[in-house]
Design a binder for this molecule. Structure first.
Ligand code: FES
Ligand code: MG
Length: 596
């Protein structure tokens, strides 16, 4: 790199890695740190001549198929690092694979975060490339980057190719929810269920829908933490490997420029991310993860911000589950930069924020308008007018989110149909304690579930079901499915898969297990949901609620299953509610912890 570059803020002597690798004041330390790296062929010259040492945080493994592609991809990252004069060091991230890990991959987000913080704190790295993909790999990496605050850049592995069946697009994840209903209704058998499910994953890469993985990688780009246009390049495309090379090169330049996460992860950047999430029809897990990254970056961000900044933003990305297409069309239509371009033109974004390539967001998206206005809509011609989250409150919880971009016409017709009160509905609740209870009892006629019922899931938050279960999108009983009633309103203190298209009320905080009001609800209670006023209320008086609370407390509070592992116990002791990002409370006070 040209040392006269005006962006150049540090010189080789200031590299953090020099303390370990070239420290004449502590020759013993240096000798101990350096000798063992030579035992596989790294040379003394590489470690002592002032080349930036760049970590590559490897999230791919045989256990993590969504990210496994990174095992190949990092070869191009290393080429880029070498080309820019750096030395790459690859190391593993604790595996996080969404749909296999039990009890839930959400447990691993904070565990991987802690592990990565320790690595970035205590090893001789001047910068780091964060390889991301499957849902929680992106927030785990960004949370750690925010805490440690060394130069860091995100490289998504990219989504799978489009998946097809009978000449129709089938969205990964999303199709599973549909197939489960068809299997339960007796419309398909087990073999066809499996064959259709496997058709939905046609190549390397993460989910090709706008589920949590695509949302979070798009958020990383919207925040300014990955190269413009890189988030949604499908995994097998040649551009994916090319952007891996560019990311490697850029990681070295960032070290010389001393461009850190704290320069990028500002309040304005998080406000941009909220706006972009709405326009994408992004996952209901995004507020949890974005709020968590913000907390670690020292930025105040709440679910009220999500409603205030995001709710009225229109849906521009015509991608499943809110829309019709998949990641290949989204990428060809211009990807995240085209969405940013529309939002910027409409005056909805902060243009001046700094991004990872050293340019502002405004500069990055110049001339990047949509190449296909059917797939990435013009701001004036959206798919849905108000696509963001509502932050609902009431007498059972302080915050619960509803993703309004997926409220279907059928749902509106059946539940939001009173002309004098078009944004409200009431129903009798059927209450379940965790997903096993739901599966055991959903078809029980004694519950009297009909087409006006509301299904409630509690015991599914980060404490009740360690990590928070993605179980709030419950399907109606078989008898209703057979009559063509495909969905009922759902409410719960757990999460919902980002690939699900159900208009559920999610992430209710505080959860039942930590004293939240859902613990007081009984099957047969009536609930009123008022979307205009942002309220969910159980229609019983305060005295009755207080009586139920006293009874619950006399019984020792809401019961939840025992810890199965040491980490489950530790996380349950320290974790904050979903609306605060499900972060580990003691961790959120640490900033700038890179050892120097
Ligand atoms: Fe890994 Fe969807 S299961 S991205
Ligand atoms: Mg998920």
């Amino acid at each position: 790199m040209d040392m006269s570059d005006h962006k150049h803020r540090i010189v080789p002597d200031q590299l953090r890695s020099r303390w370990w690798f070239d420290n004449p004041d502590h020759p013993g330390t240096t000798a101990l740190c350096i000798e063992r790296y030579l035992n596989y062929g790294i040379t003394l010259e590489e470690l002592t001549s002032g080349k930036p040492i760049i970590g590559i945080c490897q999230s791919g493994s045989d256990l993590t198929p969504c990210n496994r592609h990174h095992i190949e991809l990092v070869k191009r990252v290393k080429d880029g690092i070498r080309a820019a004069g750096g030395v790459p060091f690859e190391f593993p991230l604790h595996p996080i694979h969404e749909n296999v890990r039990r009890p839930t991959a959400a447990l691993d987000r904070n565990l991987a975060y802690l592990g990565l913080v320790e690595v970035l704190h205590g090893y001789p790295l001047d910068g780091v490339v964060l390889t991301t993909g499957c849902d929680k790999t992106t927030p785990a990496c960004l949370m750690a980057a925010a805490t440690v605050n060394i130069p860091a850049i995100v490289l998504s592995g990219g989504p799978m190719l489009n998946s097809w069946r009978d000449n129709e697009r089938v969205g990964s994840g999303t199709i599973i929810w549909e197939l489960r209903k068809r299997l339960a209704a007796g419309d398909i058998d087990y073999d066809e269920f499996l064959s259709r499910a496997t058709d939905s994953a046609p190549s390397i890469g993460h989910c090709n829908t706008m589920g949590t993985a695509s949302t979070m990688n798009s958020m990383a780009e919207a925040l300014g933490m990955s190269l413009p246009g890189s988030a949604m390049i499908p995994a097998p495309y040649k551009e994916r490997a090319a952007v891996a090379y560019d990311t490697g090169k850029r990681s070295v330049e960032m070290v010389w420029e001393d461009l850190r996460p704290s320069d990028i992860l500002t309040r304005a950047a998080f406000e941009n991310a909220i706006v972009v999430c709405s326009a994408l029809g992004g996952s209901s897990n995004a507020p949890i993860h974005i709020n968590a990254i913000a907390r670690h970056a020292g930025v105040e961000l709440t679910n009220d911000d999500w409603q205030q900044l995001g709710h009225k933003i229109p849906l521009l990305a015509n991608v499943m589950p809110a829309g019709a297409y998949l990641s290949e069309e989204f990428h060809r239509a211009g990807g995240v930069p085209a969405v940013l371009h529309e939002l910027l033109d409409a005056g909805k974004l902060h243009a001046e924020v700094m991004t990872i390539n050293g340019q502002t967001l405004g500069a990055n998206v110049q001339g990047r308008e949509t190449q296909d206005p059917e797939v990435i809509r013009r701001y004036a011609n959206p798919l849905v007018e108000h696509a963001g989250f509502l932050n609902l409150k009431g007498n059972l919880f302080d915050s619960a989110l509803m993703k309004t971009s997926v409220i279907s016409a059928d749902f509106r017709r059946r539940f939001l149909n009173d002309p004098s009160d078009p944004d409200a509905f009431e129903g009798r609740v059927a209450v379940f304690d965790g997903s096993e209870d739901y599966h055991a009892r959903i078809d029980d006629p004694a519950l009297n579930i009909d087409e006006t019922s509301i299904l409630v899931m509690r015991g599914a938050g980060p404490v009740g079901h360690p990590g928070g279960a993605e179980v709030v999108n419950m399907q109606p009983p078989e008898a209703l499915l057979k009559r063509g009633i495909e969905s009922l309103p759902c409410l719960g203190d757990g999460r919902q898969s980002g690939t699900s298209g159900s208009p559920s009320i999610l992430n209710a905080s505080p959860e039942a297990a930590t004293g939240g009001g859902l613990a007081l609800l009984e099957t047969g209670d009536r609930l009123r949901v008022d979307l205009r006023r942002g309220e969910v209320r159980v229609l019983i008086d305060d005295a009755e609620l207080a009586k139920r609370r006293r009874r619950l407390e006399a019984q020792g509070g809401y019961r939840y299953p025992a810890h199965q592992t040491p980490w489950q116990e530790i996380q349950r002791t320290l974790v904050e509610p979903l609306d605060r990002g499900m972060t580990l409370e003691p961790a959120t006070k640490y900033r700038d912890v890179a050892r120097r």
